[in-house]
Ligand binder design. Structure first.
Ligand code: GTP
Ligand code: MG
Ligand code: NA
Length: 355
């Protein structure tokens, strides 16, 4: 059998935090997309999923000289809304992930949904990394830039954070350190030890903070690398690929030309075109057959309309759009089950309806 280290699935990473801390913008920055500007009112209202292949992560982190150390095939990132009314979506996102990014706005510190997210992650013992976002001084036409920036911060696009930090004046460094210290104290009040990641000597006990800018990309290489390295190092067992299908329905959506589709996250196993599946429905279990397995292009969002790639089969972890008959009454947040040749249909129907 393959050594488990050579047979890892992609870790699933959930982005969480208070509204407008820059979760979607951070994803845009990594992907080179503009999802955030297309959102109604700039507010995320549904869970998103994007797949980053390992070669893209290697490219984005090459300045950190960590080349040979990538063992996972990629990273599946789940974006969640920060608005207070979407607790259910944050809970769904956090229940799917192996690791999380908790985004904190350096100008605002810990806010109500930061603490809510923190508690969801702690409840499930999920590891997370803090992205201390908005470390920049870019003037944004559409944003409230006087509040939204560290005054005098010198940007260097997509640079590792230590490199940027060294370029800042004493005043900016003092301002940064003062805000950082306040935020570390706020975490302490929540019972958590946190520290800048390059000073953190006890990862696991002390949570790492990575200063980032979603506008100029600083700290993003550090964030990607730490996510992948930390998952590879501490979650080998959890991330070892296994054949048993583990799959959750994120959204039920009507798509022109496809009818009612479901967006799912495949956590483990393989799905095939033609598989018989069962999902939980409002009027009882839905038994149907996968007509098409679709994904967006790599580095593109599942929730954003675009062209899809068709697949005969897909291996975990991935965000997938499934087309099939009879999905109109499927319920988001529930499990998807595959009926194998030896399986008893009624047993699986029962399990599916327990969700
Ligand atoms: P919700 O999903 O609605 O909770 O918000 P979000 O956390 O995804 O934040 P979003 O990406 O929508 O960003 C909110 C606002 O902050 C937008 O106007 C962004 O342009 C701005 N923003 C995000 N990241 C940064 C950053 O690093 N620096 C600055 N200056 N502005 C940022
Ligand atoms: Mg968002
Ligand atoms: Na927003």
């Amino acid at each position: 059998p393959e050594k488990s280290e050579d047979n890892l699935r992609s870790p699933i990473c959930c982005i969480m935090g208070h509204v407008d801390t820059g979760k979607t913008k951070l994803l845009d920055c990594i992907q080179g997309t503009n999802v955030q500007e297309g959102e109604a009112g700039g507010i995320t209202q549904q869970i998103g999923a994007t797949y980053f292949p390992a070669e893209n992560i290697r490219e984005r982190t090459k300045e950190l000289k960590a080349d040979a150390k990538l063992k996972v095939p990629g990273l599946l990132v789940i974006d969640t809304p920060g608005h207070e009314s979407f607790t259910n979506l944050r809970s769904r996102g956090s229940s799917l992930c192996d690791i999380a990014i908790l985004v904190v706005d350096i100008m605002h510190g810990l806010e109500p949904q930061t603490i809510e997210s923190l508690n969801l992650l702690r409840m499930r013992n999920t590891e997370f990394i803090v992205a201390l976002n908005k470390c920049n001084s870019v003037v944004l036409i559409f944003s409230n830039f006087h509040l939204d920036r560290l005054y005098g911060w010198k940007n260097s696009r997509n640079a590792p954070i230590l490199k940027t930090m060294k370029q800042q004046s004493k005043d900016v460094q003092n301002e940064f350190n003062m805000r950082l210290t306040q935020i570390i104290t706020q975490f302490k009040e929540q019972g958590l030890n946190t520290e800048l990641y390059y000073k953190n000597r006890e990862m696991g006990e002390t949570y790492s903070i990575i200063p980032t800018s979603a506008i100029s990309g600083e700290g993003v290489p550090d964030l990607l690398l730490l996510l992948v390295q930390w998952s590879q190092k501490t979650m080998v067992e959890k991330l070892t690929y296994n054949n048993e299908v583990q799959c959750t329905v994120l959204e039920v959506k009507v798509v022109e030309g496809h009818g009612t589709t479901i967006d799912v996250v495949l956590v483990n196993g393989v799905l095939h075109e033609g598989d018989q599946i069962i999902v939980c429905g409002m009027q009882g279990p839905i038994v149907t057959t996968i007509r098409a397995l679709l994904t967006p292009h790599p580095m593109k969002e599942l929730r954003v309309k675009g062209t899809y790639l068709h697949h005969k089969q897909i291996k975990a972890a991935q965000g997938i759009k499934i087309t099939a008959q009879g999905l109109e009454h499927a319920i988001a947040g529930t499990g998807l089950y595959v009926v194998g040749p030896q399986d008893d249909l009624d047993d699986i129907k029962e399990v599916a309806m327990e969700d």
